[in-house]
Design a protein around this ligand. Structure first.
Ligand code: CTP
Length: 404
């Protein structure tokens, strides 16, 4: 998507550098439009390097391509971060004496402002009236947050964090094609206890499942995220009023939570790495060498949760029209072999879609990106995606919308 990031003259401009980086990493094309004043805080070379595009503040550059209106016309979204009190006043009045001003007047895309100013300036009646006017015109706001401000003051006026602005941006760009649907996503990896201090686990961080939950919520779904041992850090990306998190530990806990949540779900996405086996017995004392140690563990099979969910459809309370997506992390280097296994797995589990990825060192687990092929009806590859886990989530939910 084409995103214009307007930067106005506030100290928080240094945080916008990180925002531009996050947006670029998320696969968007960013045109940074700073005001002259913004360049006092962060210089032109930084914006050009970080956005990988030439940057100007002036309406008189690139006149042949009518840059002063083209940027706004071509934008899918305009973000102004930081938006100072002065810039908010100018935007409200429609003043277009620089490139950011003309871009904002020329755009029909959604506009998101991240205000940043001193508390008194934020609370001032003029600013509040301007904000009320802008909101009534459909302009979106993120923040300001309460916190430490320049000069040691504290109060509302601090610019929202780049990660929060990114989340708001992705939400505004998302299609609302899951509006009114209930989506259940499992994420993370189960841990099967051996004794009070040890477990059998796997390398899943939960990032792909969390990205699926965040994307589904952004598209309008009410989401239940069943999170198996997902770190607080990773779960932070699922902070959204439409996402309810159910933490679980073992495969049995995950099975119970998924069965409960799925009874009323329209879509179930099984992204968690579930243990196929658990220790047959769990020692209530730590197994020590003195107590005989541990040279082997007897294992018993766990329930195949996604197969059980699939079989429960149309029976009892689980809706017959529920769409289920499973995952397969395969380690074979051969793409054909991975696909063959995926096709068989899809049949075996009785699901509509199965997303298969290569999982080995540097791929799939514990990293920010992922590459999947999505196998659908008749074993055909209905889509593939290679990018950030959010982009992979978008492709999977696109496929879900297509099969429904
Ligand atoms: N899965 C599940 N319950 C289990 C194991 C796996 O619901 N006990 C789900 C996973 O969440 C994933 C899909 O099944 O969506 C595929 O998991 P995978 O471990 O690759 O499949 P297995 O059936 O274990 O097949 P194999 O061991 O042959 O790879």
């Amino acid at each position: 998507m084409n995103i214009v990031v307007g930067v106005t003259g506030g100290i928080a401009a240094y945080k916008t550098v990180h925002l531009v980086r996050l947006l670029t990493k998320a696969g968007h094309d960013i045109a940074v439009v700073p005001t002259e004043d913004a360049l006092r805080f962060v210089g032109l070379p930084t914006w050009e390097a970080i956005s990988r595009h030439p940057v100007t503040t002036s309406v008189h550059d690139d006149v042949a391509r009518v840059r002063h209106v083209a940027l706004g016309q071509n934008a899918d979204l305009v973000v102004v971060a930081p938006a100072t009190a002065n810039s908010i006043a100018k935007i409200t009045a429609g003043i277009a004496d620089d490139l950011l001003g003309t871009t904002l007047l020329a755009t029909e895309a959604p506009v998101l402002l991240a205000p940043a100013m001193h508390t008194e300036m934020w609370r001032n009646a003029a600013t509040q009236a301007n904000i009320a006017t802008l909101v009534s015109r459909g302009v979106h706001l993120i923040g300001p947050a309460e916190g430490e401000l320049a000069g040691g003051d504290s109060g509302p006026g601090r610019m929202a964090e780049p990660e929060q602005i990114l989340a708001a941006t992705l939400e505004l760009l998302a299609p609302r094609d899951l509006e009114g649907l209930r989506v259940v996503v499992s994420a993370g990896g189960t841990r099967e206890p051996i004794d009070p201090v040890r477990f059998l686990g796997n390398r899943s961080s939960g990032r792909q499942g969390v990205a699926l939950a965040a994307e589904a919520a952004a598209r309008g779904a009410a989401v239940t995220l069943v999170a198996a041992n997902v770190s607080r850090d990773v779960l932070g990306e699922a902070r959204h009023p439409s996402i309810r998190v159910v933490p679980v530990g073992t495969a049995a806990e995950l099975a119970a939570a998924m069965k409960h949540a799925s009874t009323e779900a329209d879509v179930v996405v099984m992204a968690a790495a579930v243990a196929d086996y658990r220790p047959a017995s769990v020692s209530d004392q730590k197994v020590t060498k003195e107590l005989g140690g541990l040279s082997s563990i007897e294992l018993v099979e766990t329930e195949d949760v996604v197969a059980a969910l699939s079989a429960a459809r149309g029976v009892g309370r689980a809706p017959a029209g529920q769409t289920i997506v499973a995952f397969a992390a395969e380690t074979s280097e051969s793409a054909d072999e991975r696909l063959d296994r995926a096709r068989r797995k899809r049949e075996r589990k009785g699901v509509e879609l199965l997303a298969v990825n290569l999982a080995n060192a540097g791929h799939g687990f514990e990293v920010g990106h992922n590459a999947v092929e999505i196998v659908g009806d008749g074993g055909t590859v209905v889509a593939s995606a290679d990018g950030t886990k959010r982009q992979v989530a978008q492709a999977i939910l696109d496929a879900v919308v297509a099969v429904r």
